[in-house]
Design a protein around this ligand. Structure first.
Ligand code: CS2
Length: 470
């Protein structure tokens, strides 16, 4: 007998221990257009919206937009937008099937559907997780066209919430829209400024890309085939600026556990530099030392100690979030979650777009205070070493990065001509910023650590770094 697939029709086959959506989507239109239908959104915001729907507020169904690839959208369509999420933490494991994804489109091939969804009467929000590299004029153009259609049909404004790992993400999004709009859009921009809200937000939940292992676990838990199953942790956080077109949304989100505040900045800053900063350092360490997952990295005593010190000594002194010590301890625990097979190469993807938010602000803070930045200098050296595209066992790996070609060209001769190679990589303002790319002391320390890495290897170098009283 052919395997039954997860869909609205087969929901009743799922064991009672799995939470499934009891509400039906058929008589309602989506209220949210989400751009960037990756794993993160499906195991984070989509589950918050699912909670609101389960509470009977039918305005939070999602029209999910895949930005480029039709593959995932097609799989989700075949399952009526349903997928299982395995949630694992210290308290054990549970499975849930969120039901908030009601419609889907692919931006590249079904552009008009996306524009129509943005203009639709029921739409109240747009949310975005398009990754750091997604903030381009092409994204802005899509939003401008959608808003133009909406404005022309006389609909009300929208809350447009960027949820990407960028400091001041709402401001950045609004700024690229303004920068991309043409002279014919002056009226539209005035309407947008007056009637749309761009709250900044910090989102947090570790959601690795889907794996075959999770798909097979889902088959056992659900008794159904699910090609879109995901795995995540119990922890989740969403901090969003209290800046909504409909002020009533603040109380609704708060009831679901979202933190609505005037001060998103301190949460964004701590998350980007502590969680994401450590993530990038570990991912690059794993890539060059042949460790496959973040849990393998944090499971090595010296790497765990390195990460704890990086956060305590070089990141925390510049944070405005005062509970950073609890946040740090929780992060070390979260990184070690054995159920999250979080691939180091997934996190190392697009490092050139991630590093600027994650490391330089802490280094600059240390420079301003005259304190040590050795652990960040070692992290930077690890990134340079990573551009060799070859791990310490001699296995080649691929750099998945819009800057891959230029980085690999600059890094290629780092063993035979380290001085020139390091100089060229550290001169890149796009990575390190205007000030750091000119700082000779920084360059000197990165070169020192790079030399250690090449001649002692990653493990010996990290072990040595944590003995230093910096
Ligand atoms: C990770 C993030 O891939 C990455 O760059 O650092 O996706 C991280 O898992 C999330 O931001 C956690 O909230």
């Amino acid at each position: 007998m052919a395997e039954l697939k997860l869909s609205r029709a087969t929901l009743s086959h799922i064991p009672k221990s799995v939470h499934t959506p009891a509400y039906s989507s058929s008589t309602h239109q989506p209220g949210v257009v989400h751009l960037g239908l990756g794993a993160f959104h499906r195991a984070h915001q989509a589950m918050v919206f699912d909670q609101l729907l389960r509470d009977g507020d039918m305005r939070w169904g999602i029209h999910g937009v895949g930005m480029t690839q039709p593959t995932l959208v097609n799989k989700l369509r075949a399952q009526d937008g349903l997928y299982a999420v395995r949630i694992a933490g210290a308290g054990g494991l549970e499975w849930q099937v969120p039901g908030a994804l009601w419609q889907t489109s692919v931006a590249t091939t079904e552009r008009q559907n996306v524009l129509n969804a943005i203009a639709a009467n029921n739409t109240r929000w747009i949310t975005l997780t398009v990754t750091e590299k997604g903030y381009t004029p092409a994204l802005a153009q899509l939003l401008i066209e959608g808003l133009r259609l909406r404005h022309a049909t006389g609909e009300s404004g929208l809350t447009i919430a960027s949820c990407d790992n960028l400091q001041g993400n709402g401001h950045k999004l609004k700024a690229i829209i303004h920068a991309t709009a043409s002279s014919q859009d002056v009226g539209l921009m005035k309407w947008m400024d007056a009637h749309c809200a761009f709250p900044c937000s910090m989102v947090d939940r570790i959601v690795p890309a889907a794996t075959v292992e999770v798909a097979s676990a889902a088959k056992v838990a659900l008794g159904l085939q699910d090609e879109c199953a995901l795995s995540t942790e119990t922890f989740w956080e969403w901090v969003i600026e209290d800046n909504f077109v409909d002020p009533g949304d603040a109380a609704l989100l708060t009831k679901c556990g979202v933190r609505v505040t005037g001060d998103v900045h301190s949460y964004e800053e701590a998350k980007l530099r502590m969680l994401n900063g450590s993530h990038s350092a570990m991912a690059l360490m794993g890539a060059i030392s042949g460790r496959a997952y973040i849990a393998d990295c944090i499971g090595a005593d010296h790497i765990r100690e390195f990460v704890a010190r990086l956060m305590t000594r070089e990141v925390a002194p510049h944070l405005s979030r005062t509970d950073w010590a609890d946040y740090r301890d929780a992060l070390v625990q979260r990184f070690g979650n054995p159920y999250l097979k979080h691939s180091v190469h997934q996190i190392a993807t697009d490092s050139s777009q991630k590093i600027p938010q994650r490391w330089p602000p802490s280094v600059q803070g240390q420079i301003a205070k005259g304190t040590s930045f050795e652990l960040h200098a070692l992290s930077a050296a690890i990134f340079l070493r990573y551009t060799l595209a070859l791990d310490e066992q001699g296995h080649a790996y691929k750099l998945n990065d819009p800057e891959a070609e230029s980085l690999m060209a600059l890094g290629a001769h780092q063993v035979t001509e380290p001085e020139a190679s390091i100089k060229a990589l550290l001169a890149r303002q796009d990575l390190w910023g205007a000030e750091l790319s000119q700082n000779t002391e920084w360059a000197h320390r990165v070169a020192y650590w790079h030399h250690q890495l090449i001649y002692q290897g990653l493990d010996a170098t990290v072990k040595f770094a944590i003995t230093l009283e910096t």
